[in-house]
Design a protein around this ligand. Sequence first.
Ligand SMILES: [Zn+2]
Ligand SMILES: [Zn+2]
Length: 152
Amino acid sequence: MTEKDKKVLENVFLANRPISCKKCNGKLFYMGGGKYKCHPCDEEYYDDFGKVKEFLEERGSAPAILISEHTGVRMELIDLFLRTGKLEIIENSKFYISCEKCGCAIRYGRYCPHCSREIFGGIMAMFHEDVGECPKKNPKKNVPKVHFFKKN
Ligand SMILES: [Zn+2]
Ligand SMILES: [Zn+2]
C-alpha cells in the first residue's frame, strides 16, 4: 500500500462517515470506536471502522472477504485499518499480515521492527506509526492477509 493509496482510502473512509440521522435528521455525535449517536432520538450509527469492529466483536475472527461481505466495507479499507494499526491481529492467531519489505509476519503496521530500524533508523523507528509487531512464536511465512481481530 503506497502513501497515495493510503490517502485515497482515508478519503473514502471520511466520505463514508455518517453525518446526520436518517430517522430524524438530527446531528450525530461521535461516541468513539467508530460509533455515532443521534442526539435527539438515540439512534446509533457506525462508520466503516465501527462496522468492522462491531462485526469482529460479535463474531470473533473472520476472513476479510467475509467481513467485507457482511459489513459492506471495502476490503481495501479493512487492510488500511490493519496497516494503520486501527485493527490488529491477536496473539496466537494462525494468520498474519506480512512486512512490506521482507515479508515476515507482523500483527499490524507495514514493516517489522527489524526492517523499520533499517528504514527509519535507530530509536525513532520505535515511534513510527508504520512499525508493526512480530508474533511472539511460530511466525508463518506467506500467510494470506485474511484473519484479524479487533484491537483492545
Ligand atoms: Zn435521530
Ligand atoms: Zn521486515
